[in-house]
Design a protein around this ligand. Structure first.
Ligand code: NAD
Length: 467
């Protein structure tokens, strides 16, 4: 029976990063992944391919509508969907190969197959690299799968399907119905709208993007509507199925909707099937999430869990985000080796890569209001920013929320150009416990979009210069 210091089950962002960090810290490390390549949902069928398509589809829109405002005449613009898809696939391939390279460089042993716990310190691999292994520490990082809904009948051609199929439609559906106005629904809905589909998004709640700042979500919805995406808010979906050449979606108290494809994007469910949790009596909650303490230790000694599958003992389930999972991987391993390791869940940025992008970190204004926290708010519009003007991307704003007494930054929310990159500055500031005064006193290069963050920080105290 082969022995390792650490075995990581799952090679997504949580697992492969944990494995690399463990190897860096001198542990004999193995990573078991059932797919032929590592990278998990994020690299193979999530963040990366969707960003590739978002980028390409936006270029298509720009070529049709935006370039002429720059004095660039293009002539007829045509879509070559197969080229767009090949580009996306090449990006995914190169990044997954990159992980193989990183494993080699760091001497992480990679096993291909399904890993399963088999009692204390034991892991069985079924599949290509079938093997029985022993380890002092075992880290579970098996991720999540798309959630289903009662009444939804997925079909094997993906006409009623998930984001996995929506990354590979052979042609733009004439009419796509998206169930769920979260990250996936809006990102993939945007892609296909840009490529010519009629897109209708059905959302159960009275708003889109639950969890994001409500003011920004309202602004975003208006803009998505302007782009031609239709919304039905407060829609309770009762079922969806293929019906002949079409699909039918049933919504409570409404006429059934007929369409060509249905994308079900109502969240993700932790994936722990066949993981052998029962062989160690590992505690899970009602939703099948693995319960961990602040060091990511499960109820079994020397077995840890990170990423999409976890819930903390106090019931807090962190957002299912790749970057959060990577940080947990590092914190978990560093804690095993050094005794220290920590993730600050108050400063995890979240980004929706639509157009405009939305970036968010810390508390939303609604959350502060609900909690009765006295806060100050400063906003600054991209409209008043020189770089945004020269880019022709003037929609949106930055909103900084700070504690009314201490001025400590409590949240920053950005809707507008490159919000996903800009939010990093706010996350760094929050991680260092900065005040809005700190942010405002940092010199920001001119002309840059980041100046809007400085101005919004100044605006918390009525001192913005350019508005
Ligand atoms: P989500 O939780 O972001 O959104 C799901 C939406 O579906 C919610 O708005 C919810 O109210 C709605 N919904 C639930 N049941 C419904 C019903 N019966 N009828 C209509 N609407 C219903 O989930 P997602 O968009 O599926 O994304 C899954 C996970 O992947 C999320 O945890 C997300 O964080 C992650 N993700 C992140 C990014 C990113 O960071 N940009 C992108 C894609 C996915």
């Amino acid at each position: 029976m082969k022995q390792h210091d650490v075995i990581v089950i799952g090679g997504g962002p949580a697992g492969y990063v944990a494995a690399i960090r463990a190897a860096q810290l001198g542990l004999d490390t193995a990573c078991i992944e059932r797919e032929t390549v590592c990278g998990g949902t994020c690299l193979r069928i999530g963040c990366i391919p969707s960003k590739a398509l978002l980028e390409s589809s936006w270029r298509y829109i720009e070529a049709q509508h935006e370039l002429k405002t720059h004095g660039v005449k293009t002539g007829a613009v045509e879509l070559e969907l197969n080229v767009m898809m090949e580009r996306k696939n090449t990006i995914v391939e190169s990044l997954t190969k990159g992980i193989t390279g990183l494993f080699k460089k760091n001497k992480v042993t990679r096993y291909e197959g399904h890993g399963r716990l088999d009692g204390p310190g034991k892991v069985v691999i079924e599949g290509k690299d079938a093997e029985e292994l022993k380890a002092k520490h075992i880290i579970l990082a098996t991720g999540s799968v798309s959630s289903a809904l009662p009444g939804i009948e997925f079909d094997d051609k993906g006409r009623v399907g998930t984001s996995t199929e929506a990354l590979d439609y052979p042609e733009p559906p004439e009419h796509l119905v998206v169930i769920g106005a979260g990250y996936i629904g809006l990102e993939m809905g945007s892609v296909w709208r840009r490529l010519g589909s009629r897109v209708k998004v059905l959302e159960y709640l009275p708003r889109i993007l639950p969890g994001m700042d409500a003011e920004l979500a309202r602004e975003a919805m208006k803009e998505f509507e302007r782009q031609g995406i239709e919304f039905q808010i407060g829609a309770e979906v009762l079922g969806a199925r293929v019906d002949g050449k079409q699909c039918v979606v049933e919504v409570k108290d409404e006429e059934p909707i007929r369409c060509d494809r249905v994308l079900v994007a109502v969240g993700r469910t932790p994936y722990t099937e066949g993981l052998g949790l029962d062989t160690l009596g590992i505690q899970t909650d009602k939703r099948g999430r693995v319960v961990v303490d602040e060091h990511y230790t499960t109820s079994a000694a020397d077995v840890y869990a990170i990423g999409d599958i976890i819930v903390f003992q106090d019931g807090y389930a962190p957002p299912m985000l790749a970057h959060k999972s990577e940080d947990e991987g590092i914190a978990c391993v560093e804690r095993i080796v050094t005794g220290y390791g920590h993730v600050n869940y108050d400063a995890i940025p979240a980004v929706c890569y639509t157009h405009p992008e939305i970036g968010s970190v810390g508390k939303t204004e609604d959350a502060l209001r609900d909690a009765g926290i006295d806060y100050r708010k400063g906003t600054f519009p991209f409209q008043a920013n020189g770089r945004a003007r020269s880019m022709g991307e003037t929609q949106g704003k930055v909103k900084v929320l700070s504690d009314a007494k201490t001025d400590r930054i409590l949240g920053v929310h950005i809707i507008g150009p490159r919000a996903g990159d800009l939010i990093a500055e706010a996350a760094v500031a929050m991680e260092f416990g900065a005040s809005s005064e700190d942010l405002a006193r940092c010199c920001h290069a001119h002309p840059t979009l980041a100046e809007c963050i400085k101005e919004a920080a100044l605006a918390t105290d009525g001192r913005a210069i350019h508005i």
